[in-house]
Design a protein around this ligand. Structure first.
Ligand code: TYD
Length: 171
């Protein structure tokens, strides 16, 4: 953060970038849609701050879906999430949590509008291609769950000045 002071105005240039966690689920990996879904995030102007392929353990899944462990569908959800590796992404942008949730669409692919990821690639409530953090506080917790600090990389993308208008985004 820096504070810019001029004769005419005072601007507090506070970093307003947000990071969110996305998982490209086995339904994405197995259907060979990784590139296609990743491409959507890149085209939108989100910065890929972290990316790795991993096989989810029982432990991390129970933690990640703690709000669902007692639901009858949890065993089949866990099996679907362990059917192959997933790709974990840390995506950065202004309002990234809300932007990525809107790109994902509602949980059930059959109810998701065309143009959303689930609405374009999913016919299922479970095999729904992506996970995306649902709040900034959960994003923070989930990013720590899937990435070590040194796996989140701070670099600038060259087109930054053409993704946001003047004053809209501060890094
Ligand atoms: P949830 O956190 O409710 O939705 P979202 O992924 O949209 O944030 O549910 C987590 C995952 O659990 C969801 O992506 C797919 C799975 N799930 C089922 O398999 N069956 C269900 O009935 C529900 C509600 C979710």
């Amino acid at each position: 953060m820096f504070v810019y002071l001029s004769r005419h105005y005072l601007t507090y240039n506070i970093n307003n970038m947000e990071k969110t966690l996305v998982l490209l689920k086995p339904s994405c990996v197995q259907r060979q849609l990784i590139g296609e879904v990743l491409n959507r995030f890149e085209r939108r102007g989100l910065r890929i701050a972290g990316m790795k392929m991993m096989q989810l353990s029982d432990e991390i899944l129970r933690e990640h879906y703690a709000h669902l462990v007692n639901r009858p569908f949890f065993p089949s959800l866990a099996a679907s999430m362990q059917a192959s590796p997933v790709v974990a992404l840390a995506l950065e942008g202004v309002d990234a949590v809300q932007v990525v949730r809107a790109m994902a669409g509602p949980t059930n692919g059959r109810e998701a509008a065309p143009g959303t990821i689930r609405g374009d690639y999913s016919m299922s409530n479970q095999q729904n291609i992506v996970h995306a953090s649902d709040s900034t506080s959960n994003a923070e917790i989930e990013l720590k769950r899937f990435f070590r600090d040194d796996e989140i990389l701070d670099y600038t993308i060259g087109t930054f000045a053409f993704i946001y208008g003047d004053g809209e985004a501060n890094r």
